[in-house]
Design a protein around this ligand. Structure first.
Ligand code: NAG
Ligand code: NAG
Ligand code: NAG
Ligand code: NAG
Length: 814
């Protein structure tokens, strides 16, 4: 009995003394059938094994404390030893780890670059196997750099750009054979072309599944990859490394990611202690739409669609018949080819909720903003799309795609935004050529500006008789302006809920809404109509709908149903220009580049109104609060409430009712009621001076000399001190001082006293875009304050409210 106890004890001691062996040095070795290496915390074990029923011997690492033998790493994957004489040792002459097979032939070894080191081998509790310098402990080689089919917590999947090591999983050929099979999984990235990195599963060389690129929060194609109770994850991208790594929240849990040949999936498994089994936590590909390129080029795949493949908006099947037969491989082509003439000949359509396309032909930059990204894309004819590189904090950086867009998946929720390039004619084509009856009901004074403009056009055309108006009461018309269903708008605005209310205009409330396709809209709900029918207006509405320019706010459509008269505009998230330039805090957000972009945009919008559209339109109420900003801070002129259409050759018109906003009104208009495109130019000049100075023209009053903003600007210019005019926030962005001064100069040219001296908008656009010398401005209108003792000039000159202006103008028109 005693003898038995001693034997038992000694065997326990033996085990214990060997179990703590996690390291071997140059004089030790591991041989098949001998003692295995076991990590300190006893998580992992290294030794020889035979997979399944195979007799082949491999050197591998498996979980020590799991009864189901689960191998996570194999050394000699394709080079088995077919007897039991395998031996792992350190080559003392060069420090390499070598695995010897029959008759001492080398079946596997590390290949250290630095030779003749004294090294030791250690198995870590992470499952990593490291070869270290005996003295310095520096790691020369590690098993985690050469993964098999398993990604363990803390193991980097990706590239070390300094050493060129690419860590990629490859499936076992079968459960009996650890030699790599067809399926591999890893990050791909072309450092030379600076492509947007993402993870792919490949089957052989063919792409099989794509994670979508990392967007700062997750891989774009994995909306479900979010904070979770099991693991944390991160993606690292810098000059040295690109990798994905995860870590378990509870270190006593056991979990791994494995690429499986048999099932063609990459799965994440958790060890369930109670059931003594592995359970699948997640896997990819998840559905048919995850299969790479299933829909061909320029299309998108949505599991909920029938069929799952659809061409992107603006594209059509390359071969319609094949497409109809569910052969989507040939993909889609553009309805209208890109013109790529200049920066403005093409535009972009925004697509939401997608997995970003294949990044093989992509490029990224982490510093650029979305606006510069767009410009970068427009400047290269092969650029097809752009988006933010990182979606955190409202988005930053730039990613652009060249050539066909492949493998876009559409998610029902989550997913990302991308801007896809389109010929201009494809933009704003939400017009569906609705054949519809449009009955415009006349409105009392409170009808929105668009209706008023419509009315004006009607009046003028009617008077001049130079345009055929369909007055025969035919109520069916091909309208290019879409008619929205009341229910659509109701849903979009959450039943006109108070939460969605943006404000109350003179004509009724304005609501914010989101259409089903994600497009954001602003809905003007007009006050109840007077009931007087003005059916003829429908002809004119078509004209308004044609007023389309990137620097004009777009009317997307209308809804006339029952008592409801709704006008649907594109939504401008960034409010109006006055909100930024006159506000201390907000002003900082507009650096010179943005301000210049805004000035240029307004000038082009105005030029379009004056000259390029089919109608010659005088806006008459250009001011900072009528310039809206889109999410990239591009300006859009809005509120055509006072706009007048003048005949093509007509330059000036006279009105008895001077309406507009004091502070922006040209003198000849304010005093004599003469308005012309040159009075708009005057307002533009004021706007430019306001944008540069950050000061309101109306109410500006210099403490010392009682000068107006214009007079102040002119005086500073004359005295060679124009810089003093600048908004303090611009002082820090001085890179383009010449441009700033040029704008002041142009502003002063626009506000000259005599309309004839002021440049036309086409000259202004040219002057803004060139370096040519500018003419000297003559003295401006409104040099001095009429009554400089009064700070607020509105007391000496009534400013009419928009509502009043409207009613007055309408009466006048009648
Ligand atoms: C090892 O021995 C086997 C047979 O015993 C022989 O076929 C093989 O060539 C030998 N390998 C080396 C490297 O000597
Ligand atoms: C961590 O996991 C172990 C084993 O599953 C469990 O017993 C323990 O309660 C967990 N700890 C926490 C903090 O969740
Ligand atoms: C692959 O999946 C099959 C089925 O779930 C499983 O039997 C097999 O063990 C897996 N292979 C690996 C290497 O995990
Ligand atoms: C456009 O981008 C492609 C792809 O990166 C590049 O090869 C080409 O040189 C670029 N063209 C211009 C004009 O920059």
């Amino acid at each position: 009995m005693a003898v038995f106890t001693i034997i038992l004890l000694s065997s326990v001691f033996n085990r214990v003394s060997f179990a703590v062996l996690d390291t071997i040095n140059g004089v030790q070795s591991i041989n098949d059938g001998g003692t295995n290496l076991i990590s300190k915390g006893e998580s992992f074990e290294l030794g020889f094994f035979s997979p399944g029923s195979s007799k082949n011997r491999y050197l591998g690492i498996w979980y020590k404390n799991i009864p189901v033998r689960t191998v996570v790493w194999v050394a000699n994957r394709c080079n088995p030893i077919n007897d039991s004489f395998g031996l792992l040792k350190i080559n003392n002459s060069n420090g390499n780890l070598v695995l010897l097979g029959q008759n001492k032939s080398v079946v596997w070894s590390t290949r250290l670059l630095k030779q003749a080191q004294k090294t030791k081998l250690q198995l870590l509790d992470s499952g990593d196997l490291v070869l270290r310098d005996v003295n310095s402990n520096t790691i020369f080689w590690r098993g985690f750099d050469y993964p098999s089919d398993t990604l363990l917590p803390d193991m980097k999947m990706g590239w070390d750009l300094r050493t060129g090591i690419k860590r990629r999983l490859s499936a076992w050929r079968s459960t009996e054979d650890p030699c790599p099979g067809d399926f591999t999984y890893g990050l791909e990235f072309n450092p030379k072309l600076h492509t947007f990195p993402e993870a792919y599963i490949r089957k052989g060389t063919a792409k099989f599944y794509r994670s979508g690129p990392w967007n700062g929060l997750r891989f774009s194609g994995s909306p479900e990859l979010r904070p979770n109770p099991l693991y944390d994850f991160k993606f690292v991208l810098n000059d040295d490394e690109v990798y994905y790594v995860y870590d378990l929240k509870n270190k006593s849990m056991i979990s791994r990611i494995v690429m499986n040949q048999t099932t063609s999936i990459r799965e994440r498994l958790i060890w369930i202690e109670e059931e003594q089994t592995w359970r699948r936590y997640s896997s990819v590909p998840r559905d048919d739409c995850d299969i790479y390129g299933v829909c061909g080029a320029n299309s998108h795949c949505a599991v909920g669609d029938n069929p799952i493949c659809q061409c992107l908006k603006g594209f059509k099947p390359k071969f319609q018949e094949k497409w109809n037969n569910m052969d989507w491989s040939r993909g889609c082509v553009r309805n209208v080819p890109l013109s790529c003439r200049d920066r403005y000949s093409d535009g972009f359509l925004k697509f939401s909720g997608v997995k970003l396309p294949d990044t093989t032909n992509s490029w990224f930059n982490q510093q650029m903003n979305l606006k510069d990204c767009r410009v970068k894309c427009l400047n290269n004819c092969s650029c097809m799309a752009y988006t933010s590189f990182d979606i955190r904090g409202g988005g930053s950086g730039c990613a652009i795609w060249f050539g066909d867009l492949i493998d876009i998946k559409q998610f029902p929720s989550g997913g990302q935004e991308i801007y896809i390039r389109m010929a201009h004619s494809e933009l704003g084509k939400s017009k569906r050529n609705v054949r519809a009856i449009l009955i415009f009901v006349a409105a009392i004074g409170g009808v929105s500006g668009i209706l008023l403009l419509v009315y004006y056009i009607y009046m003028r055309r009617g008077k001049d008789g130079n345009e055929t108006i369909n007055q025969n009461g035919s109520q069916e018309e091909d309208l290019e302006l879409p008619l929205f269903n009341l229910s659509t708008i109701s849903t979009a605005t959450d039943n006109f809920s108070a939460n969605n209310k943006l404000g109350e205009g003179g004509f009724g409330p304005v609501y914010r809404g989101t259409l089903e396709d994600g497009q954001e809209i602003a809905v003007k709900r007009l006050s109840m109509s007077s009931g007087q029918g003005v059916n003829e207006l429908k002809n004119e509405v078509k004209l308004i709908a044609k007023l389309q320019h990137r620097n004009l706010v777009k009317l997307l459509g209308c809804c006339i149903q029952g008592e409801e008269n709704l006008l649907v505009y594109e939504y401008m998230p960034n409010k109006s220009l006055d909100f930024f330039i006159f506000d201390q805090g907000q002003g900082k957000l507009l650096d010179w580049t943005k301000r210049f972009q805004i000035i240029c945009g307004i000038s082009r919008g105005l030029l379009y109104l004056h000259q390029d559209s089919r109608l010659r339109i005088i806006h008459r109420d250009l001011k900072a609060s009528n310039v809206l900003l889109d999410n990239e801070m591009y300006p859009k002129i809005s509120d055509f409430g006072l706009a007048r259409i003048v005949g093509g050759d007509q330059i000036e018109e006279k009105t008895n009712r001077v309406i507009g906003t004091y502070g922006y009104m040209a003198p000849e208009y304010a005093f004599d009621g003469l308005f012309s495109i040159k009075s708009d130019v005057f307002s533009f000049g004021i706007l430019v001076l306001e944008i540069v100075s950050g000061k309101k023209s109306r109410g500006f009053h210099h403490e010392n000399n009682g000068l107006t903003l214009i007079g102040h600007a002119w005086t500073l210019m004359k005295e060679g001190r124009p810089l003093e005019l600048l908004d303090e926030y611009l002082v820090s962005s001085y890179e383009n001082l010449a441009e700033v001064l040029r704008c002041v100069h142009i502003g002063l040219l626009c506000v000259q006293q005599s309309p004839a001296d002021r440049p036309s908008m086409s000259s202004v656009v040219l002057m803004l875009g060139s370096q040519n010398e500018l003419p000297q401005p003559k003295a401006p209108g409104y040099f001095m304050e009429k009554d400089s003792t009064k700070g607020d000039t509105s007391s000496s000159k009534p400013e009419l409210s928009s509502k009043n202006e409207m009613s007055i103008s309408l009466l006048e028109a009648r």
